[in-house]
Design a protein around this ligand. Structure first.
Ligand code: GDP
Length: 469
């Protein structure tokens, strides 16, 4: 385990009131001691008690003052990293923070890698891997749900659930192993039935966790939403309305692998990632020409399709094409331009839907009248989206949500292993068959909390953190 001392700027490197330089490691206190003076120009940092904060100055080698600071001292193991930690609160300019960081490195610290403080907290056993990942999720949280579920995860909700399941599995493994070791004293008669019951209950819990993952992903990252419709239906107006409502927190996600732009629309509890197809429309005239194929491809990935109809003009063959595209997908048909005379009724669309596909495919399709121009019907639209995805209520209850793709994969693997145990039980296989699959389920779940993980994976996870965390 590395015990060298690391340092980093922990706050945003921009003009701000206060900036924090964080130093952690065996020599954190003695290093900052060399460059810190109190009001009386004394070098006394080493004499300070843990968890105290002190006014003073950062000093250059030649004795000149770099900045006026507040320095806090946290001694191991009562710190974030469980190592000696010093935090230097200085003025928040980017240049000032860099100067102080330079002084700290000159005095003997090394610049920390992204996430290295949290990695140390994990390696030193203060938090498990799921809690470490929650730290990153808190930093990146885009909406209320994401924030709340990450805070819960940081407080150990995922860890507790996984531990509970692992303990149950371990109990069975231990029982089988000891019975096989000591057949005279431990009898396996009737055990298969008992195990079978336990396996069914664990499978159920894993399935529940897994099904929380899609909700979790949508809540955390946003509902992938595509707006489709004929030219002039009002798609751009709708997008502008959605985006405009919350312009301050709208961001374009750059660098995603998609070739289309995503607009993030934050609507309180719910985030929509709206895939902007407006650009496609500008080059071509009809839906036919924009390539239904392309729209189809985008729609296939979507959680939600918003199909905008100009209700003031009759339906035509382009609508037939679009309707084919929404078959079997969660869709809201928006009868836009409700401020104008209604030409297209819900009944017309119903007939079109029935002509195009079987009725059982219609259950995911909802209709609503709006006016993008008059900003009418938006509240109903939002309520409808919450209803469709989260049964009207966002999960702030006690349920544990899996919001991390890595965790989802591990749960899936564990589930497969547990199902294999069920197969072995059905086929009356010998007991050691059960324990092999129980072991692999145990190991898969262990990866979520950071047991039995490779160094490479740990490095990869922490490299995604920001600097200073
Ligand atoms: P797009 O081609 O589907 O993106 O459609 P636009 O958003 O560009 O809108 C086409 C035209 O319809 C524009 O002139 C809009 O001002 C107009 N429009 C959009 N929504 C409404 C609405 O609710 N009522 C009325 N009366 N006009 C609308």
């Amino acid at each position: 385990m590395k015990t060298d001392t690391i340092a980093s700027i922990a706050t945003a490197v921009s003009d701000s009131g206060i900036g924090i330089i964080r130093v952690s490691g065996e020599e954190a206190i003695s290093i900052v001691h060399k460059i810190y003076q109190n009001k009386k120009k004394e070098y006394v940092l080493q004499s300070y008690a843990s968890h105290t904060i002190h006014y003073g100055f950062m000093i250059e080698e030649d004795g000149s003052i770099i900045d006026e600071v507040m320095v806090s001292v946290m001694k191991a193991p009562r710190s974030y990293t469980m190592e000696d930690t010093v935090e230097i609160n200085c003025h928040g300019g980017a240049l000032m923070m860099k100067k102080i960081l330079m002084a700290v490195t000159k005095a003997g610290a090394r610049i920390a890698e992204p996430g290295e403080f949290t990695k140390r907290a994990f390696l030193n056993g203060r938090i498990d891997l799921s809690e470490a990942e929650a730290v990153m999720d808190i930093i990146h949280a885009k909406n209320e749900f994401a924030l709340k579920s990450s805070v819960k995860q940081l407080r150990g909700s995922v860890f507790d659930k996984i531990k509970e399941l692992r303990d149950k599995i371990l109990y069975e493994i231990a029982f089988i192993e000891s019975a096989l070791d000591d057949p005279e004293h431990i009898n396996l008669d009737g055990y298969a039935d008992r195990l079978s019951e336990q396996v069914i209950s664990i499978v159920k819990e894993l399935e529940k966790l897994l099904s929380s993952a899609d909700d979790g992903r949508m809540l955390k990252e946003g509902i992938r939403t595509v707006i489709v419709g004929k030219p002039n239906a009002g798609k751009s107006s709708l997008l502008n309305l959605l985006v405009g409502e919350e312009r301050a927190i709208v961001t374009d996600i750059a660098g995603t692998t998609r070739d289309t732009l995503e607009e993030t629309v934050n609507l309180g509890d719910v985030t929509l990632n709206v895939i902007d197809t407006a650009g496609i429309r500008n080059t071509e005239d009809t839906v036919e020409k924009i390539g239904v194929e392309r729209a189809k491809k985008i729609s296939e990935d979507a959680d939600l399709i918003l199909y905008v109809i100009d209700s003031s003009v009759p339906l035509d063959e382009n609508d037939e094409n679009i309707v084919r595209l929404i078959q079997g997908r969660k869709t809201i048909i928006l009868f836009n331009k409700s401020d104008l005379k209604e030409v297209v009724t819900k009944k017309d669309v119903d007939i079109l839907l029935s002509d195009t596909f079987e009725s059982e495919k219609k259950e995911n399709i909802f209709m609503i009248r709006i006016s993008a121009k008059e900003n009418d019907g938006m509240d109903s639209l939002m309520d409808l989206i919450k209803d469709m995805f989260f049964h009207g209520q966002i999960g702030f209850n006690d349920e544990v949500y899996i919001t991390n793709a890595r965790h989802k994969e591990a749960v899936l693997e564990a589930l497969e292993s547990m199902r294999q145990v069920q197969v072995s039980l059905e086929n009356n296989m010998p007991e050691d068959f059960y324990s092999i699959d129980l072991m692999s389920a145990y190991a898969s779940l262990g990866r979520i909390i950071g047991e039995e993980v490779e160094d490479d994976l740990v490095n990869e996870i922490f490299s995604k953190f920001c600097m200073g965390k």
